[in-house]
Design a binder for this molecule. Structure first.
Ligand code: C2E
Ligand code: MG
Ligand code: MG
Ligand code: MG
Length: 288
């Protein structure tokens, strides 16, 4: 049996796999070094009310700049950080940065919510909830201005661990959002058990929502409509991710979606740029 599996294709495949593994380990080592040297950045993407068009919040997104000016995608390095456990330290830093940013913005007169993505490994870490609370206390911010984003898969993984942590965070006022909603296969009964505030509609559905060639509703439009209805039934705020054009924005308004996030309004940006954008918006409002 063992002999049979040693085909010629495996002889090519094995060194390839070994090489992939070694380059992943190299990347992970570099991530650890760069994190220790404070080279990771947290960028912010605005979330906008579809009624008022005001910025009501931002999502904090990790950025890993390289010496050549490029960025390595979170889709590449987050799984490595999760696998190695480094995400616990990085995630702590993300929450600390977000709380600090809430503080700084509030000192400038801006009250906006900041959402952070949280991985399963963080929930499993026994200090997670306490560490969030410590940051809120340290920066003396209103817990309602902090939002935790979780994915469906996280909830499915270890529902009891996650639900308990979320309930503790909810009790002090932290907002909870379910990210990439519609992509997982979570049973709807979970959704009811979670202390949620917001549903983030996955951008895959938003992308295919508007069908220009046909007047008939696309299946993704039906899906988006269903999620928005579900949100209303459960008294949750709905926010569409990945809104890239005016047609999508219009369709979402027509369906009664509450908020949007996407390149159509703004891409993720460094904190200094976010501050500038908020100041410009204030100035524009004062004129009109
Ligand atoms: P996510 O939480 O679903 O974040 C939204 C992603 O969609 C971001 O990708 C954002 O840049 C991108 N996006 C926003 N608007 C548009 C749009 O209009 N069009 C398109 N095509 N894309 C848009 P990003 O920054 O590459 O992050 C990818 C994922 O990495 C995130 O997905 C999140 O799951 C994870 N991630 C990022 N930062 C963190 C973090 O601090 N902690 C953890 N655990 N995960 C993170
Ligand atoms: Mg997210
Ligand atoms: Mg998302
Ligand atoms: Mg995602």
């Amino acid at each position: 049996r063992a002999k049979k599996s040693l085909t010629s294709s495996h002889q090519y495949y094995l060194p390839e796999m070994a090489q992939q593994l070694s380059s992943r380990l190299t990347l992970l080592r570099k991530l650890g070094q760069d994190f220790a040297q404070h080279k990771l950045q947290l960028w912010y993407q605005p979330q906008v009310s579809l009624q008022t068009k005001q910025i009501v919040g931002v999502e904090a997104l990790l950025r890993w700049p390289q010496d050549n000016g490029d960025f390595i995608s979170p889709a590449t390095f987050i799984p490595l950080a999760e696998y190695s456990g480094l995400i616990i330290e990085i995630g702590d830093w993300v929450i600390q940065q977000a709380c600090m940013q809430i503080k700084q913005l509030s000192q400038l007169g801006f009250r906006i919510r900041i959402a952070v993505n949280v991985s399963m490994q963080q929930f499993r870490s026994p200090n997670f909830v306490q560490s969030v609370m410590d940051n809120i206390n340290h920066y003396q911010i209103d817990a309602k201005q902090l939002e935790i984003e979780i994915t469906e898969s996280i909830v499915m993984d270890e529902p009891q661990t996650v639900i308990k942590a979320l309930q503790q965070l909810k009790a002090i006022g932290v907002n909870i959002a379910i990210d990439d909603f519609g992509m997982g296969f979570s049973s709807l009964s979970y959704i009811q058990k979670l202390p949620l505030d917001r549903i983030k509609i996955d951008r895959a559905f938003v992308a295919n929502m508007v069908n220009e060639v046909s007047v008939a509703k696309s299946s993704d439009q039906v899906l988006v409509e269903t999620i928005i209805r579900l949100g209303k039934k459960l008294q949750l705020v709905t926010i569409a991710e990945g809104v890239e054009d005016a047609a999508q924005q219009q369709a979402l308004i027509a369906l009664g979606c509450d908020e949007m996030q996407g390149y159509f309004f703004a891409k993720p940006m460094p904190a200094t740029e976010l501050t500038r954008l908020l100041q410009q918006k204030i100035a524009a409002n004062k004129i009109s």
